[in-house]
Write a protein that binds this ligand. Sequence first.
Ligand code: NAP
Length: 248
Amino acid sequence: MATVLVLGGTGEARRLASVLLPAHRVISSLAGRVADPALPAGEVRVGGFGGAEGLAGYLRAERVDAVVDATHPFAARMSDNAARACAEAGVPLVVLRRPGFEPKPGDDWRRVPSLEAAAAELLPALAERVFLTTGRQGLSRFAHLGSLWFLVRCVDPPVPPVPPRLEVVLDRGPFTVEGEIGLMRRHGIGVLVTKDSGGAMTAAKLEAARALGIPVVIVDRPPVTPGVPVLPSVEEVTARLPALLAAH
Ligand code: NAP
């Protein structure tokens, strides 16, 4: 039976693990950032591998036949490590990456290349009350913006440095458009800051911003390692897998 390592941390990764079982041995890998993660079916391992070298050693030790990088589109270091480790260990790799968000008529989006650029885009004030959904890891990039008020939504409580004026909502979705409109109205939100993560689980906030006429500062995805195939859905990865395994 072929062994497939799924680099996880996303809903797609969990779904892929379920689809590949029981025909394959599936090992899902989580970074261990979230205190109470939603667990995929099958074997699960948690924590870093120790860079690309560590991952290459793991691939050999576990006799992994193929790797699916189904990490979050912004987990760039893990994706880069996976590309280098698979090249070194001679293991086929495919990236499962859901499509990014697409603007629709009525949207007022300002695309920026990084969290730092998003923070810069907020000043001079686009609006004083900001809804920030970029995750707790990048909050330090907004910590100097003392003149703005932030509503921060993340899965686990953020750690300092954080903006001085903020309220934290701990939640992990999926979210509804009505819920997002209510949340933004209640807090008098004037601008939304988000990453181009894509996916239905978190798209409601963009619809809500459109409905309320609120501008959106949207952080572009980091690029994928050249030469690594990128597929947009669990179904396409499942269809490609037999060829990948046959080539190994
Ligand atoms: P990252 O910056 O690309 O990765 C940093 C390090 O964390 C990696 O070098 C690796 O450590 C370890 N790591 C990351 N993902 C891993 C995985 N699936 N299994 C084992 N080790 C992993 O990643 P990140 O942005 O911190 O994201 C961490 C996790 O959260 C990922 O699973 C990602 O899918 C999920 N996530 C990220 C975001 C985001 O916006 N970045 C949002 C939602 C969910 P070693 O070098 O020691 O192997």
